[in-house]
Write a protein that binds this ligand. Sequence first.
Ligand code: MRU
Length: 348
Amino acid sequence: MKPIVWDKGCLRLLDQTKLPLEEKIIECRDYQSVADAIREMRVRGAPAIGAAAAYGMVIGARGIDAGDKKQWFKELEKVAETLKNTRPTAVNLTWAVDRMLKKAEENKHLGIRELQDILENEAVKIAREDVESNYAIGRFGNTLVPERARILTHCNAGALATVGYGTALGIVRAAHASGKDIHVFAGETRPFLQGARLTVWELMKEGIEVTLITDNMAGYVMAKGMVDLVIVGADRIASNGDVANKIGTYSLAVLAKENNIPFYVAAPLSTIDMSLSSGEEIPIEERAPDEVLYIQGRAIAPEGVKVFNPAFDITPNSLITAIITDKGVIKEPYDKNLKALFSDGTRG
Ligand code: MRU
């Protein structure tokens, strides 16, 4: 399952707005179409939009028509701004674009052709590292999954949301591959239906047992003792361990606490934003009312009603049992333990 494929200067994306009914590939040959695909959520999920934006930088860098290098760098900044301004919450996007800019800056003594090649190598590296991180998250996370576990997940933090394998669903994949007889409950994830359309599709393709529930059934299944653990992904984690993830995540964390169910967040280091002291500082994207008002083009509410459509919420660190990263499992105190993760100079 490859949501993002780089093919000699062309970025091919599996259009996630069409799934599960249609498996359509879109081709991006200019950086504006990469930006559009991210904004319209044809590619989505924090690590996936980071990797897509990195390739967007490569396409943009190759397309710049500049008289000299100074001008070329100026235009590259514009490409970076366009890509970064597509979606505000997932920090992987800014992280990937800034990493590309830094790479160009470090090599500014070279010629434009060489810089373009260096950027392409960097984007390929970002994509490769993402898959490797997900395998590591899967290995660490699997140690927390009991035999015959019933796992509730939200949104889609799977192969589709990354370059491959997935974060929360990477753990599910690792548990399944290690022979554990697991069962997943997928919340449908209104309004964009990533759970119903994407997580279910992804798990069924892989032969992993999955049951679809609507979001408002989560409390019932937890109270009935039908869930052993919750695993979700993240779009941005503040330095104190507060987590921004798909709207509805916070409600699940409260329900898990009430029902004494472990609540795990799975994310690579590229999702952790050490510059923010708490979740209050994380920008929350608000999306168009039509996402709430229409399902598959059909209106489901009276015309003219006011709509509030925040795409993410914040789960406070106090509700999180552990954060499963590619460098290990982090528990309280999150501020101290997350800081230690970056102390090798990886990022911060
Ligand atoms: O709006 P989306 O679909 O991009 O939101 C995705 C999520 O909230 C995921 O849980 C998160 O990005 C982690 S993906 C590995």
